[in-house]
Design a protein around this ligand. Structure first.
Ligand code: ZN
Length: 454
């Protein structure tokens, strides 16, 4: 993926002096607690592809980048889908450990399960690792998870405030969120999608102004709905990114009015990127009762596939002993772009372990990337879920007190968000989390002791 860098990579030295003043009064943290006035707000822009920040006008986020640290090609976790990465943000672990591999899966005995039943709250109890919400609440920091889609909340265990935006928008807006046209009008559909972000922005403001939250994860997801219906190459998608940038700006203005701007770290994340679907009508989806992959069914291989965002599927075999035969067939299936399997077979493109998606029960026998000429489940112009750069690479920004200004760094990923937040609050990530990622200490002024004076 190539980037056309904008002027945002010019870092005025001024920022160094401003930030130095802001952090110069830090005092060592007491190990027993976090500071009384520091806040961290994680704002996800759902489906914001890595190359979009450098190419779409985003003056507010550019300002955060100039004043903070920026990982322009951070990595989302596989499957590159919303619910998967929204459990990773608060836990810092890959799907192969948190277990939310998608909406549904088959276990090793080929039994069907959903990852969000019987309710998001009850599914959250099953997540086998601590969350950043629990860690911060234990220190007296009030936290919230502001979900656009609802199922993000499977990662929300411990958050005192949990929001589902469908409770705050008209039913018609909610029901039309995946419609490309309303009454024959694309513009009307686009405006309806934009209003979802406006509702989320209102909840972000309420969280700070009325509920006193000092940490939240919020999902501005209009970009995702727009990306699916119009495609990431569309002007609509770029406009949705610009709206998200403007809403971040309004949130910063609110913090300023409340006198909290200087004590707040803003984190910009994305759960996944986006791939433009070249032939949206080529939908891989069998009519009810038909086999998922006819080529396998013809060979008598009992199987099922589960969509992983639209650009990838998990393939589960009832008899894993037939994985070798299945691989031979899959290589001739026109929509299969890449084949990952833990079965030690010639001709695979990689192992599940290599993409950190080797859950002992839930990953299935194969993870298949879909060719961009096809898509799974519904005829979208944009999809995600694959291991391709377009889906996997996302921007990551930390900006505020305790973060070094003017850094553009390599690496970084969604598994690092929770550990870094813990470190900024003065907590030891290894003590309060059980993360696969780690605190991005190269961007922090003083890890473990970031307590700005009042
Ligand atoms: Zn998403």
């Amino acid at each position: 993926m190539s980037f056309s860098r904008k002027s945002l990579f010019l870092r005025p030295a001024l920022y160094f002096s401003i930030l130095f003043l802001a952090v110069g009064v830090f005092s060592p943290a007491a190990r027993s607690g976090v500071s009384d006035n520091l806040s961290v707000y994680v704002i996800a822009i759902d489906g914001l592809r890595a190359d979009k920040l450098p190419s779409v006008p985003t003056p507010v986020i550019d300002g955060l980048i100039d004043a903070g640290a920026y990982w322009p090609e951070a990595e989302a976790v596989i499957p590159t889908a919303t619910r998967v990465n929204f459990v990773t943000f608060p836990t810092g672990v890959y799907a192969q450990r948190h277990g939310v591999v998608g909406s549904s899966y088959r276990d090793r005995n080929y039994r069907f399960h959903r990852t969000d039943r019987p309710s998001f709250a009850e599914a959250a109890e099953e997540i086998p690792v601590p969350t950043i919400f629990e860690a911060l609440e234990a220190e007296g920091v009030k936290t919230g998870f502001l979900a656009m889609k609802g199922y993000e909340l499977v990662g929300g265990r411990g958050a005192a405030v949990q929001v589902e935006i469908r409770d705050y928008v008209p039913d018609s807006v909610w029901e039309n969120r995946y419609e490309r046209e309303i009454d024959g009008s694309e513009e009307r559909s686009f405006h309806s999608m934009l209003s979802l972000n406006l509702a989320m922005a209102a909840k972000m403001a309420e969280a700070v102004e009325e509920q006193g939250l000092r940490f939240f994860i919020a999902n501005l997801a209009t970009t995702d709905y727009v990306g699916h219906q119009f495609g990431p190459d569309s002007l609509y998608y770029d406009l949705a990114v610009m709206q998200a940038d403007r809403l971040v700006g309004e949130f910063l203005e609110l913090l300023e009015r409340l006198g909290k701007r200087e004590s707040s770290v803003i984190v910009i994340v994305a759960d996944h990127g986006f791939t433009q679907v070249l032939n949206p009508e080529n939908v891989i989806r069998s009519p009810r009762g038909e086999p998922d992959i006819p080529e396998l069914a013809e060979a008598g291989i009992v199987h099922s596939i589960f969509g992983r965002g639209g650009m990838a599927v998990s393939l589960h075999l009832r008899d894993p002993g037939r994985a070798g035969e299945a691989l031979e067939i899959l290589r001739r299936v026109p929509w299969v772009a890449k084949i990952y399997t833990e079965h030690p077979l010639e001709g695979r493109d990689g192992t599940l372990s290599e993409i950190n998606f080797n859950h002992p029960e839930r990953s299935g026998d194969f993870y298949l990337d879909i060719d961009p000429n096809y898509t799974h489940a519904f005829p979208s112009r944009g999809q995600h879920g694959s291991t391709a750069d377009s889906d996997r690479l996302v921007p990551l920004v930390f900006s505020g007190p305790g973060v070094k200004p003017g850094l553009v760094l390599e690496g970084g990923g969604n598994v690092d968000v929770a550990p870094t937040v813990a470190a900024i609050f003065g907590l030891d990530p290894d003590e309060v989390l059980d993360a696969d990622g780690s605190a991005l200490t190269e961007a922090l002024v003083q890890t473990g002791t970031l307590v700005p004076a009042p």
